[in-house]
Design a protein around this ligand. Structure first.
Ligand SMILES: NC(=O)c1ccc[n+]([C@@H]2O[C@H](COP(=O)([O-])OP(=O)(O)OC[C@H]3O[C@@H](n4cnc5c(N)ncnc54)[C@H](OP(=O)(O)O)[C@@H]3O)[C@@H](O)[C@H]2O)c1
Length: 245
C-alpha cells in the first residue's frame, strides 16, 4: 500500500471543512481509491486525518496510521482480546505485528510473537513473553491460544487455526482465510480510517507507551528505488517529501 499514509501540515481547506485549521500538524490515511501521499501536496478527506502532537516527528507519525489502526482493530474490534488471555501474533517484529505485540502486552495479555530468528530480540523487547522462530521452532508447541493475529497466511494460518481454543478467534489481514478454528471464528478484515483512534494512538506514542518501528527515511526522488529494494531494513520505509514541519 504505497503512498497511502501521510504526516504533514494542513495548507488549505476544502469548502465546508471543519475541525482542522491551516498550519495544523496532522497525520492519517489517504483515500483507498486515490492514495497519492508520495507528493508535496495531497488532498485528503478531513475525516481521515487526526491532529499530530507537536513533539511527534513526522517520520514517526507516518509509520503509524495503517499499522497501528490495523493492529488495534484486529486485536480489539475483531478478536475482542481481553486481559489475561493468550494471543499468538505472527510477524511480531513487522509493521503491524510489532504494534500488536505492544498493544496486547500493555493490555495484560500473554503474548507469543513469531517471525524469523533475527526478529526474536525485537519482538521480546516490545513485550512478547515468548517468541517462536517459524523456521526453527515447532509452532504447535505453543499450545492453545485465545486469539491468533495472522499477517502471513497460507500454511502458517492453517496450522495456527488448530491452536485456537473453543470460543477463540483467528484474525487475519492477508486475505480470506483458508482455514478456521474447529470451535471458534475466523475473521479477515481491511483496516478502516478512524481519526479518534489515531489520536489515541498518537498519544500513546507521545507518552512512550507505543513505539512504531521506523525504517529507512529517504527523499522523494529516491522513492522508486527505496520501494524496489523493499526498504532494505526492518520497519516502515518513510519517504520525506519536504524538510521541517
Ligand atoms: N487487511 C489490512 O487492512 C492490512 C493492513 C496492513 C497490512 N496488511 C497486509 O498484512 C501483511 C503484513 O503487513 P506488515 O506491514 O506487518 O508487513 P511486514 O512489516 O513485512 O511484517 C511482516 C513480518 O512477518 C514476517 N514474516 C513473513 N512471512 C514469514 C515467514 N514465513 N516466517 C517468518 N516470518 C515471516 C516478516 O519477516 P520478513 O520481512 O523477514 O519476511 C515481517 O517481520 C502484508 O501482506 C500487508 O499487505 C493488510
Amino acid at each position: 500500500m504505497l503512498g497511502h499514509e501521510l504526516s504533514g501540515v494542513v495548507t488549505d481547506l476544502g469548502y465546508g471543512t471543519s475541525g482542522l485549521t491551516v498550519g495544523q500538524r496532522v497525520f492519517g490515511l489517504a483515500d483507498w481509491t486515490r492514495d497519492g501521499s508520495l507528493a508535496e501536496y495531497t488532498a485528503v478527506e478531513a475525516r481521515n486525518l487526526a491532529p499530530l502532537p507537536a513533539d511527534i516527528d513526522h517520520t514517526v507519525a507516518a509509520a503509524l496510521p495503517i499499522s497501528a489502526l490495523t493492529a488495534w482493530q484486529g486485536l480489539f474490534d475483531h478478536a475482542r482480546l481481553k486481559k489475561g488471555q493468550t494471543v499468538l501474533i505472527h510477524g511480531g517484529a513487522g509493521g503491524v505485528g510489532s504494534i500488536a505485540v505492544q498493544l496486547a502486552h500493555e493490555l495484560g495479555a500473554r503474548v507469543i510473537g513469531t517471525g524469523r530468528a533475527t526478529d526474536r530480540d525485537t519482538a521480546l523487547g516490545l513485550g512478547a513473553d515468548t517468541f517462536v522462530d517459524l523456521q526453527a521452532d515447532r509452532l504447535e508447541d505453543v499450545g492453545e491460544v485465545d486469539v491468533v493475529f495472522d499477517v502471513i497466511g497460507g500454511q502458517i494460518l492453517e496450522r495456527s487455526a488448530r491452536l485456537v481454543r473453543a470460543g477463540g478467534t483467528l484474525v487475519t489481514i492477508v486475505g480470506p482465510p483458508n482455514a478456521r478454528p474447529a470451535d471458534g471464528s475466523s475473521v479477515f478484515f481491511v483496516v478502516e480510517p478512524d481519526r479518534l483512534r489515531l489520536a489515541d494512538l498518537a498519544e500513546r506514542v507521545r507518552s512512550g507507551r507505543l513505539n512504531p518501528i521506523v525504517g529507512a527515511v529517504r527523499p522523494l526522488a529516491e522513492a522508486p528505488s527505496a520501494f524496489a529494494s523493499g526498504g532494505g531494513m526492518r520497519g516502515k520505509t518513510i519517504i520525506r517529501v519536504a524538510e521541517g514541519g
